[in-house]
Design a protein around this ligand. Structure first.
Ligand SMILES: *Cc1c(COP(=O)(O)O)cnc(C)c1O
Length: 455
């Protein structure tokens, strides 16, 4: 007999995960190693420790231990905003008239408005533990910078954020949230770094790019004593921290005997998707259960569906290690899509390997249809979703409508990564029917892939 499912399932504090799950331990084909961009040899913990904190460097290279203890200080911080609810989307099911059961794990219930806080607190914690003064990072849309500012404020760590100039000007409120948490926010390109001055000289009036902001943040980290550079997605350590999403979801499902058939997540660098699916993927890899996993990406930046599985630079400045991943090329500039968090040229090496092994499928969706789904969701479920999250909503709705045709009573689970309160310009464009869909041509993608590093 199945129990009656409440609208919202909250775990007890005592049921929250105390360890992160490292899916790499159960993968038969491990993700390819990070390579030193100079020697093309696998990066060692020693080498990575110049860029990341020691313990994070170890986590980055650890593909053996399935479970890693979450330090007590991080567990305590998690308790401020976790467990996050697993919601049964009864209202959406009814509006769609589908026999499918739809669930979403909601990660937008903290001030950063996204799942990014799960890794921000971990990265800031290890930096503090190592006795560092502070961290530097870049932010595009602003969610990662906000999450990191919150974590640094809590731990008394300095936080320098390079924010892409166009976002800095268009999203002044995001900037003020970061400053309220004590972060030092600089529009990029800036006069505070060599690379920034060089770019400003070459392109006066430029509105900046993520690639440029990364280069500035890295330059400041390596030239300031007691600082390290941190990244909010893509890395295996970030997926590890984000596994808290999947572990909570699995505990809630097990408690109520919920067996998802399809698990869906939006994919930018792959951290929320990887975190949500990891424990379920572990069961699949160990032959204990089966699930269909779907990664959803924007048609304007289709790294899984149209990219190449190859070694590439993680940053435009080509200073970070080489990673083997599905990529569009580190020089690929996606068109102006409003889902800022999904505009990265590559994909987590863990997600890439699972996709290459046929364990995950991928779909790309156009932004107008994404906002249609966002609007429908907001009107019946109440939450105003982030544009990024709405990619997962789009495919969840599509799957539920398929069930309506076939009469299948599938259980569909998706990750709702955040809220969209700072994305009102995007919603305005949609409401005014001014939103466009740009899909890169095969020639554009081929031209970018032709510049992949060769060795
Ligand atoms: C950053 C972000 C994403 C995409 O990042 P992943 O690393 O792919 O998870 C998705 N949703 C929101 C709300 C974000 O802030």
């Amino acid at each position: 007999m199945s129990k009656e499912i409440p609208y919202k399932i909250y775990l007890e504090e005592s049921e929250m995960p105390k360890q992160w799950y490292n899916v790499r331990a159960d993968m038969k084909n491990k993700p390819a190693p990070l390579l030193n961009p100079g020697t093309h040899e696998p990066m060692t913990v020693e080498e990575l420790s110049g860029v990341f904190c020691r313990e994070l460097a170890e986590q980055e290279l650890n593909d053996k231990d399935p479970y890693i203890d979450i330090p007590q200080e991080i567990l305590d911080f998690y308790k401020m905003y976790r467990p996050s609810p697993l919601v049964r989307a009864y209202c959406l099911e009814k509006a769609l008239g589908t026999p499918a059961k739809i669930y979403y794990k909601f990660e937008g219930n903290n001030t950063s408005g996204s799942h990014k806080l799960n890794s921000a607190i971990a990265q800031a914690y290890y930096a503090k533990k190592q006795g560092l003064k502070g961290v530097t990072t870049e932010t595009g849309a602003g969610q990662w910078g906000t999450a990191l500012s919150m974590a640094c404020a809590y731990l008394g760590l300095d936080c320098k954020v390079y924010m892409v100039k166009v976002s800095y000007e268009q999203k002044p409120f995001r900037r003020e949230v970061m400053r309220t948490y004590g972060a030092d926010v600089t529009p990029s390109p800036s006069n505070t770094t060599n690379i920034g001055r060089k770019i400003l000289e070459q392109f006066p009036g430029t509105t900046g790019s993520l690639g440029c902001a990364i280069s500035e943040a890295v330059e400041v980290a390596v030239s300031s004593e007691g600082y390290r550079y941190v990244l909010g997605s893509v890395l295996s350590q970030v997926l590890l921290h984000q596994s808290v999403i999947g572990l909570e979801t699995m505990a809630a499902c097990d408690k109520y005997d919920i067996k998802p058939d399809v698990i869906i997540g939006c994919a930018g660098g792959g951290s929320n998707l990887g975190g949500l699916i990891s424990p379920f993927m572990g069961r699949k890899l160990r032959g204990e259960a089966d699930y269909e996993f779907i990664a959803v990406e924007p048609a304007s930046c289709p790294s899984l569906t149209r990219g190449k599985y190859a070694y590439d630079f993680c940053d435009t400045g080509m200073v970070c290690p080489l990673a083997k991943m599905y990529t569009l090329g580190s020089g690929f500039i996606p068109s102006a899509n409003h889902a800022g968090g999904l505009r990265y040229h590559g994909m987590s090496s863990v997600v890439s390997q699972l996709y290459d092994d046929g364990l995950i499928t991928a779909r790309s969706v156009e932004q107008t249809s994404v906002f249609e789904a966002a609007e429908k969701f907001a009107r019946v479920e109440g939450i105003l979703p982030a544009p990024e999250s709405s990619h997962a909503i789009r495919v969840a709705i599509d799957e539920a409508l398929k069930c309506k045709e076939t009469g299948e009573e599938k259980t569909i689970l998706f990750g709702l990564t955040g809220t969209g309160y700072f994305d009102m310009v995007a919603y305005q464009k949609y409401n005014d029917h001014e939103m466009s869909d740009y899909i890169p041509s095969d020639e554009e993608i081929a031209a970018s892939l032709a510049k992949l590093p060769k060795f």
